[in-house]
Design a protein around this ligand. Structure first.
Ligand code: NAD
Length: 429
């Protein structure tokens, strides 16, 4: 059984001059509203969430003590389809962060032209401190507590930080016990339970597909390019594997246990082996120099992939970033102030709602296959994923070239137009 390792280091804390996450996303949306000349007051609907649920999730622990966790599900906007978004289990998560992440999902799904609205859920708990029985009991209790607003055509969760296919299986089983067998009520499930072959790798693989699309457009050869990946969980480990397979040089990676560098390129298959066996990256018996978490972010490299938590590139370290490109694997890893500073310094940022969109696209494939009770092969899954992501990247890149704006500004402008159109067509306001 896997174990989660989430709390061994301090969480990233944005400097006080930075905006809270939900306001930061709102700032991006406001900027997009100005860019597309949104004159209607429909934008006001998007300033807040449609529904925010906060529930108490009690658990009798193995040692007899009582744990009372707090669970959240935020549904931001459902104009384009059922709500969709991950479930995060983390001790530092709060409603403000969940609200921000739910809104990001609205923009991501719209940008990728998927028939979903945006949502996010979280349980404020450290999964690494729980036994398997405790984790299962807590997941089931949480699922039942919010099941009245969940469902195949209502709201469909997926894995995120601190959750995985096994957690999704428990969630699906608890939901199904109330509503009848519903594999399409959750995505990112184990393949033996209706999970789509390819979904587990889809976010990390999708990031690399996006980078390849960018490389073709910019005339870059990715062979031997210096890559740095922060976070070595689902997203980070798959990014590193795919970059390594492409012939790029992954010189540094990190997880909660620390950061490591080898200028000649790290032995990624050995690292993956270590982590899959339940270890941390720094346990791997490979040649490396140990770095601090901050040093990893400021290494000189071609591409920096933050793939851990949000708010890691802020006004405190943006001026020290030495990457040519920041490819956002994590959600909201760059604060608005840092974003402006990176843009000024000529560093290209491929934003979360574009870069890590392979995850929700893979979830869309899984959901549709569950509804049709039909399974694609992994090859077909990957081919369809690449085709969709290439198309979306090209759309955003064309917008950037025509308007001379950043990738983030272009991505938000395209997404906002789609969501506003859906709100108006449905006569919501
Ligand atoms: N899983 C998905 O499909 C998906 C989809 C889109 C976006 N994301 C985003 O990607 C990010 C990572 O998600 P995941 O599913 O890989 O989570 P995960 O729990 O599988 O992995 C998180 C990784 O980050 C590491 N980490 C935590 N704090 C760190 C720190 N301070 N420094 C360095 N490493 C640290 C952990 O050790 C772990 O290796 C999150 O921001 C998530 O919202 C995930």
């Amino acid at each position: 059984m896997w174990r989660f390792l989430v709390t061994a280091v301090e969480p990233f804390i944005a400097p006080v001059d930075e905006l809270p996450a939900d306001e930061a996303i709102r700032r991006h949306v406001d900027e997009a509203a100005r860019a597309i000349g949104l004159e209607s007051d429909v934008g006001e609907v998007l300033d807040s969430s449609y529904r925010e649920i906060s529930v108490q999730v009690p658990l009798r622990r193995d040692d007899g003590s009582l744990l009372v966790a707090r669970g959240y599900r935020v549904q931001h906007n459902g104009a384009r389809g059922p709500y969709k978004g991950g479930l995060r289990f983390h001790p530092d998560v709060d409603l403000t962060e969940v609200r921000a992440l739910a809104s990001l999902m609205t923009w991501k799904a719209a940008l990728l032209d998927l028939p979903f609205g945006g949502a996010k859920g979280a349980l404020r708990v450290d999964p690494g401190e729980l036994s398997d029985r405790e984790l299962q009991a807590l997941t089931r209790r949480f699922a039942i507590s919010i099941s009245h607003v969940m469902g195949v055509y209502r709201d469909i969760p997926a894995p995120d930080v601190g959750t995985n296919a096994q957690v999704m299986a428990w969630f699906m089983d608890a939901f199904s016990s109330r509503h009848g067998y519903s594999p399409a009520s959750v995505t990112g499930k184990p393949v033996d339970l209706g999970g789509a072959p390819g979904r587990e790798a889809a976010t990390g693989r999708g990031l690399v597909y996006m980078l390849e699309a960018a490389a073709r457009r910019w005339g870059w050869d990715l062979t031997d390019r210096r890559m740095v990946v922060q976070g070595f969980g689902n997203v980070g480990s798959w990014v590193a594997r795919e970059l390594d397979a492409l012939g790029a040089r992954v010189i540094a990676v990190s997880d909660v246990s620390g950061a490591m560098l080898n200028d000649n390129g790290l032995d990624i298959p050995r690292l993956v082996q270590t982590v899959n066996a339940g270890g941390r990256v720094t346990d791997a018996d490979i040649s490396y120099v140990k770095l601090s978490h901050d040093e990893l972010l400021t290494l000189e490299c071609d591409v920096l992939v933050p793939a851990a938590l949000g708010d890691c590139i802020t006004s405190a370290n943006a001026r020290n970033i030495q990457a040519s490109v920041v490819l956002e694997g994590a959600n909201h890893p760059v604060t608005p102030q840092a974003d402006a500073e990176l843009a000024e310094r000529g560093i290209t940022v491929i934003p979360d709602i574009l870069a890590n969109g392979g995850g929700v696209t893979g979830s869309y494939f899984e959901w549709t296959q569950n509804i049709q009770q039909f399974t694609w092969t992994e090859n077909r899954f990957n081919a369809e994923l690449r085709e969709r992501l290439d198309r979306v990247f090209d759309e955003v890149a064309s917008y950037v070239e025509q308007r001379e704006c950043t990738y983030r500004q272009a991505a938000y402008a395209i997404a906002l137009e789609r969501v506003v159109r859906a709100i108006q067509l449905r006569g919501y306001v």
